[in-house]
Ligand binder design. Structure first.
Ligand SMILES: [Zn+2]
Length: 75
């Protein structure tokens, strides 16, 4: 299955050679989850554990923290 980004109009796809990262939604952190969902710019979007947002939507310093499995507010 090809990994895609949940953000509206984002065409990012996960490829074996790509340097994009895809991050899972912070489903166990309701406050933060709300920020991520609003960042998708989709109405009535309900992420599941397979939903991802690509690294194009994060600041570099936040990506470093995400890779360390810490979740910060999406930009
Ligand atoms: Zn994206």
């Amino acid at each position: 299955m090809v990994q895609t980004c949940s953000v509206a109009f984002c065409k990012s796809r996960k490829t074996s050679s790509g340097d994009l990262h895809f991050f899972s939604f912070p489903l166990k952190n309701p406050d933060l989850l709300q920020h991520w969902v609003s960042a998708t710019k989709k109405d009535l979007f309900f992420p599941n554990r397979w939903s991802k947002i690509c690294s194009n939507h994060f600041l570099p310093i936040i990506i470093d923290n995400l890779l360390g499995n810490l979740y910060f507010k999406i930009e």
